[in-house]
Design a protein around this ligand. Structure first.
Ligand code: NDP
Length: 445
């Protein structure tokens, strides 16, 4: 058995109850084979065994009191996966499906994504099985305060810097930050995605969605194409989806469908983004409400139907494994020729096989959604410098980051991939090499 197979078999045995983590690590390790073959010293240093084991996982109790006066207990986590190239950095997810395996998959992906940004940040992820849906602002605040009362012991501006993810937006980051400051007396950049009046960066809210469209635009240009006149399907209607839709529309595309976890809307004329913004960001209501405002549009219950809508470009921006083999086949049958992942691991391994066989342009999450963490790192820089850059300045840096990621994954695809458009191998290898070199230099730690 060669070295990668040995590590894969150990991975499956040791993490049997964590299918998402096994899925993410298997995809990465399989594409690293050519690099591992060139570096026999990695095996001697047990580099892959160390890479797949988080440096530390913190699990804690989060008790809080709801509006009826009843005591609720949730579970909190922080996975500090790898700090070879910088302090741990990665979002917090509040969603009932959160468990250790999901956070390990997200933290593992984050290591390579953060490396690809070219900025000095390690990989981490955290969150809770708390469900923010239907909770009052006061309940959200009490939960966030209780969560931070435990987490503050393990995070810090030079140690571990969490941000948002599913269920954690500006409101939650504000409550978490307030409690951190109260507990530590420190006014420091311990969280990113902060409000603009207390250390946040312009463009952070838009960064993941805009970055996704910027890198997709680079891939389009490399293939002699553009967004102009293209039909785009975007899943989700949260932070990533909304700003991806905004930027794709600005570049001349028509976004024909979006969804939430209940169902999807189809609007052949192009989704009306101010209406979506009002429903999802202001009123925190369901996307179904869209057809009340735009009666010519359609609403369908269930999410997977969104992948049957004919489109040129698909941007999955909701959650992991939202596109399975069947959905991938439907997308391609209906004309999709480019798919870029805004969400983390939205495509199953089987779906990725379908893309590969069909030869569509495929930009994996690690590269495609790295704009969010890229601007988070710029927020850290601004906090350290005690400066605020303008929207244009941060947006220009974001564009630079996404351009450089595309150039790096293309170069690695040419050198190590199955073909020059093999951006999956390109992203994994380019992200891995920097981390591997740093780990080798730092001894057995
Ligand atoms: P939000 O909570 O803002 O939005 C998530 C959206 O996806 C909501 O519309 C939600 O619907 C929908 N959704 C969630 N679960 C499901 C499901 N099982 N089926 C269908 N739709 C679902 O999260 P973000 O936009 O921040 O995150 C979306 C994805 O992007 C995640 O995979 C996240 O890890 C990734 N990401 C986010 C970054 C960021 O900067 N925010 C950075 C990099 C990656 P509903 O309202 O019904 O829950």
């Amino acid at each position: 058995m060669d070295y990668v197979d040995q590590v894969l078999s150990q991975l499956k045995e040791k993490n049997a109850s964590e299918p998402e983590f096994i899925q993410a690590a298997t995809e990465v390790l399989n594409t690293l084979r050519p690099v591992i073959a060139q570096h026999p010293e990695y095996q001697k240093a047990k580099l892959l065994e160390r890479l797949i084991e988080p440096e530390r996982i913190i699990t804690f109790r989060v008790p809080w009191i709801d509006d009826k006066g009843e005591i609720q207990v949730n579970r909190g986590f922080r996975v500090q996966f790898n700090s070879a190239i910088g302090p741990y950095k990665g979002g917090l997810r509040f969603h009932p499906t959160v468990n250790q395996g999901i956070l390990k998959f997200l933290g593992f992906e984050q290591i390579f994504k953060n490396s690809l940004t070219g900025l000095p940040i390690g990989g981490g992820k955290g969150g809770s099985d708390f469900d923010p849906k239907g909770k009052s602002d006061a309940e959200i605040m009490r939960f966030c305060q209780s969560f931070m009362t435990e987490l503050f012991k393990y995070v810090g501006a030079d140690e571990d810097v969490p941000a948002g993810d599913i269920g954690v937006g500006g409101r939650e980051i504000g409550f978490l930050y307030g409690q951190y400051k109260r507990l530590t007396g420190l006014y420091e950049g311990v969280l990113t995605g902060k409000g603009l009046t207390y250390g946040g960066s312009l463009t952070r809210t838009e960064a993941t969605g805009f970055g996704l469209v910027y890198i997709t635009n680079e891939a389009l240009k490399a293939h002699g194409k553009s967004f102009e006149g293209k039909r785009v399907v975007i899943s989700g209607s949260g932070n990533v989806a909304i700003y991806a839709a905004e930027k794709a529309t600005a570049l001349g595309a028509t976004v024909v469908a979006m969804c939430d976890s209940n169902g999807y809307i189809y609007d052949a004329n192009g989704v009306n983004l101010p209406v979506i913004h009002d429903i999802k960001e202001v009123r925190r209501a369901r996307i179904k409400e869209y057809i009340k405002e735009v009666p010519s549009a359609e609403y369908h219950e269930g999410c997977s139907g969104i992948w049957t809508i004919p489109c040129d470009i698909a941007l999955p921006c909701a959650t992991q494994n939202e596109i399975n083999e069947d959905s991938a086949k439907k997308l391609i049958e209906n004309g999709c020729w480019l798919l870029a992942e805004g969400a983390n691991m939205p495509s199953t391994l089987e779906a990725q096989e379908v893309y590969k066989k069909a030869g569509i342009i495929f930009l994996p999450a690690k590269a495609a959604n790295a704009g969010g963490v890229g601007v988070s790192a710029l927020e850290m820089s601004q906090n350290s410098l005690r400066l605020s850059w303008t929207f244009e300045e941060v947006d220009a840096r974001l564009q630079g980051i996404m351009k450089s990621i595309f150039a790096n994954i293309s170069a690695a695809a040419k050198e190590y991939g199955e073909n020059e458009d093999d951006y999956v191998t390109g992203a994994n290898v380019a992200g891995f090499l920097k981390v591997a070199t740093a780990m080798m230099a730092q001894g057995i730690v």
